[in-house]
Write a protein that binds this ligand. Structure first.
Ligand code: ATP
Ligand code: MG
Length: 254
């Protein structure tokens, strides 16, 4: 039973936090994942805890990019498995993407727990566990450089929720298109990805699924136009302005 009353003014944020803590208690989330969530929460507060226009534009571009992909893969870590497993599986089914578990703090037990959670929630095959399928992605020293030959290794478009900057760089250097969810528009991940969705993944993932459904019937030419018209640096600038405007508004009523 949840101890967080619905009437609490920050109930939503507390419930999301609780998912992470529960995920930690059942072996999905690393300690460092709790800290990453804290950094995300701070930026969410500054953004006004809502999906702004910049995020909506990035979601549209991301949907177009996923629909033109030959082989999209969604990379899964502990935080994602704890926060929104069913929503991520729904997205994967909508865009025909494979799921691959890829951990910064690699740990076999945690990897198995994440795969079990995803399978329980309805995922088909979850890549990232077979030793025989392992390949090394150049440019990453951490465990994250070990990828699946049927997944990230050969993917052309990769969705990386709550990512570390080093791997985003390495994925791009390997010639892949990278779509990131990251609440911090200043992070290296945000600055390096092709398309960054500056929004809480718990809000944005369903919006991305919906947008992919909406754009499904569009021609490749139209989808490519949407992608070409999207400028990630400019979009990140808009999210920074969203923070500034939110702060200005708050400063007036403080
Ligand atoms: P980088 O390595 O890209 O410079 P960082 O070192 O600041 O980033 P990491 O811990 O590597 O941060 O990555 C975690 C990122 O995930 C943070 O930028 C944080 O804002 C973001 N984040 C945390 N929780 C969420 C969430 N629920 N939705 C979206 N983004 C989140
Ligand atoms: Mg980092």
């Amino acid at each position: 039973m949840s101890l967080i009353p619905k009437s609490h003014p920050r109930a939503k944020s507390l419930l999301i936090r609780k998912r992470l803590v529960d995920g930690f208690d059942c072996g999905l989330v690393a300690k460092e994942g709790l800290l990453a969530q804290g950094r995300g929460e701070a930026f969410d507060y500054l953004l006004g805890e809502e999906t702004g226009k910049a995020a909506a534009d990035a979601i549209r571009a991301a949907a177009a990019q996923l629909l033109v992909a030959d082989m999209p893969v969604i990379s899964i870590n502990g935080n994602v498995a704890a926060l929104c497993p069913r929503q991520i599986i729904r997205l994967a089914k909508q865009i025909n993407a494979r799921l691959e578990v890829n951990l910064f703090y690699a740990d076999e037990k945690r990897r198995r727990a994440i795969i079990k959670t995803l399978r329980r929630d309805g995922a088909g095959e979850v890549l990232g566990s077979k030793a025989a399928s392992q390949r090394r992605l150049p440019g990453i020293d951490s465990a994250r450089g070990t990828v699946d030959r049927d997944g990230i290794f050969v993917a052309d478009v990769i969705v990386v929720p709550l990512e570390d900057g080093d791997r985003t760089r390495a994925l791009r250097d390997a010639g892949k298109k990278v779509i990131a969810f990251d609440l911090n528009p200043l992070s290296r991940t945000s600055q390096t990805a092709d398309i960054t969705i500056v929004d809480n993944i718990t809000r944005a993932v369903d919006l991305l699924t919906r947008e992919s459904k909406k754009l499904r019937g569009e021609s490749t030419e139209n989808l490519q136009k949407i992608i070409n018209n999207f400028d990630n640096k400019e979009n990140l600038g808009q999210s920074i302005v969203q923070i500034r405007e939110n702060l200005s508004r708050r400063a007036k009523i403080a």
